[in-house]
Design a protein around this ligand. Structure first.
Ligand code: UD1
Length: 360
C-alpha cells in the first residue's frame, strides 16, 4: 500500500514524524513523503526534519508563499501531477493548513482514498482560513482520525457517517511525550540567559493579530505593561516581522527592555522554552494543547478556539487582542493564580499506532 503523506507548513512536521515512524513497522506500507514547500526557510522546515528524524521528502513541490488562492492553486496543480505519476493507494493529510486542504481536494477528485489526521475540530469561525480548510477536508475525507470525543460529535452534527470516523487521540502529543525530557534540558535557557519559570514564552502570527495595525498595537500595549514584571521571549514568525516593519512599529518594540525577540526556533529549543516557562502567551493552535498536557498556563490571543478541551479542562484562557484582558490574566498568573488542569486520557502518546491500525 503506497501512502502519500503530505506536509507543508511548520505545524505539520511534528504530526507526521510519529506516523512515518509507525508506518516503518509495517513492511506492506510504502510511505511517499510529499513536502509542498508552503514553508521553506531552514528554521520553519528543515530543522524539524533533522531533529525529529523525519526522512528527506520523496517529492518536494516548491510552492512557496502567496495569497490564499495562489498558494492553494499552486499546491493543487503540482500535487495532481505528483499523484498522477506516483499513483498512491491513499493520501494522508494532517492538520488544517493550506497544504492539507489543497492536497485533500486533489485526492478526492482523483478518487484516491483520503485520510485526515486531526479531523473534526471546529472553532466555528470561518473568518480563519484554517477553519475553512478543516471543514472542507473533513467533508471529502474517507478516514477521519479525530483527537477528541468533541471532534466526533462535530462530525456527527455535520452528517458524516460514523463508520468513517475513528477517535485516535492527539498526534502532536506523541511527539511531545517522546521528546519532552530531551527538550527540557536543551541548552537554550543558558544561551538566552534565562532562569526556569522566570519568563513568558510568546508566539504570534495570525493575520487578525498581525495584519491589522490596531490589533497589533493593542497587543504591543499589553506587552509594554507585562514586560515590566517578567521577561517576554518571542521567537518571531516571518509574517509578524514583516508587519511590524510595514507598520513602522519597530521603535515601539525596541523600546521594551524586557522583551527579547529571537529567530524562529527548532522543535527541541522551542519546547525547552515552553516547558520551563512561567506561562505562554500565543495565538497558536497546537500550543494550546501542548501547554494543557504540560500543565503550563496558556493565554490565547484569539476570540475562539477549535481546542475546546483546553479551555474546559485544561490550562488555556482566551484573551483575544484585548489589552486589558491580556494584562489582567497575565497578572493573575504572576500572582500564583494560574489555571491548572487535566486532559483527555487518549492523549497518551500512542496516537500514531491507532492511526496506522485504523487506515490498515
Ligand atoms: C501557516 C498556516 C497556519 C499555521 C502557520 C504556522 C495556512 C492558512 N496557515 O500560516 O495555520 O499556524 O503556518 O507557521 O496554511 N514565510 C517565510 N518563510 C517561510 C514561510 C513563510 O518568510 O518559510 C513568510 C512569507 O512572507 C509568507 C508568510 O510568512 O508570505 C506567511 O506564510 P504562510 O505559509 O502563507 O502562512 P503562515 O502565516 O505561516
Amino acid at each position: 500500500m503506497k501512502i502519500a503523506c503530505v506536509v507543508g507548513a511548520r505545524p505539520n512536521f511534528m504530526k507526521i514524524a510519529p506516523i512515518l515512524a509507525e508506518m516503518k513497522k509495517y513492511p506492506d506500507i510504502e510511505p511517499v513523503l510529499v513536502h509542498t514547500g508552503q514553508h521553506y526557510d531552514y528554521e520553519m522546515s528543515q530543522v524539524f526534519f533533522e531533529e525529529l528524524n523525519i526522512p528527506k521528502p520523496d517529492v518536494y513541490l516548491e510552492v512557496g508563499s502567496g495569497s490564499q488562492a495562489v498558494q492553494t492553486g499552486k499546491i493543487m496543480m503540482r500535487f495532481e501531477e505528483m499523484a498522477t505519476e506516483h499513483k498512491p493507494d491513499m493520501v494522508l493529510v494532517v492538520g488544517d493548513v493550506n497544504s492539507t486542504m489543497a492536497c485533500a481536494i486533489v485526492a478526492a477528485k482523483l478518487l484516491i482514498p483520503l485520510a485526515h489526521v486531526e479531523a473534526g475540530i471546529r472553532s466555528f469561525d470561518r473568518t480563519m482560513p484554517e477553519e475553512i480548510n478543516r471543514v472542507l477536508t473533513d467533508a471529502i475525507s474517507d478516514y477521519l482520525l479525530t483527537p477528541t470525543e468533541g471532534a466526533n460529535e462535530n462530525l456527527s452534527k455535520e452528517g458524516i457517517p460514523e463508520d468513517k470516523v475513528t477517535l485516535v487521540g492527539d498526534i502532536m502529543i506523541d511527539t511531545l511525550l517522546k521528546y519532552k525530557d530531551q527538550a527540557a534540558s536543551n541548552p537554550i535557557l543558558r544561551t538566552l540567559g534565562l532562569e526556569k519559570k522566570s519568563y513568558v514564552l510568546m508566539t504570534m502570527h495570525r493575520p487578525f493579530n498581525v495584519d491589522i495595525k490596531e490589533n497589533l498595537i493593542n497587543i504591543l500595549n499589553a506587552l509594554k505593561e507585562i514586560q515590566k514584571h517578567i521577561r517576554i521571549v518571542f521567537p518571531m514568525h516571518p509574517r509578524t516581522k514583516a508587519r511590524i516593519e510595514k507598520f513602522g512599529l519597530d521603535k515601539v518594540v525596541e523600546s521594551m527592555e524586557n522583551f527579547t525577540i529571537i529567530e524562529p526556533l527548532g522543535y527541541l529549543e522551542f519546547m525547552g522554552l515552553m516547558i520551563n516557562s512561567k506561562f505562554v502567551l500565543s495565538d497558536s493552535g497546537g500550543m494550546q494543547t501542548e501547554t494543557t498536557v504540560l500543565n503550563i498556563p496558556c493565554l490565547t490571543m484569539r476570540e475562539n478556539t477549535e481546542r475546546h478541551e483546553t479551555i474546559e479542562d485544561g490550562t488555556n484562557i482566551l484573551v483575544g487582542n484585548n489589552t486589558q484582558k491580556i494584562i489582567d490574566e497575565s497578572k493573575k498568573i504572576l500572582a500564583g493564580k494560574g489555571k491548572s488542569g487535566t486532559y483527555p486520557e487518549i492523549w497518551d502518546g500512542h496516537t500514531a499506532e491507532r492511526i496506522v491500525k485504523a487506515i490498515i
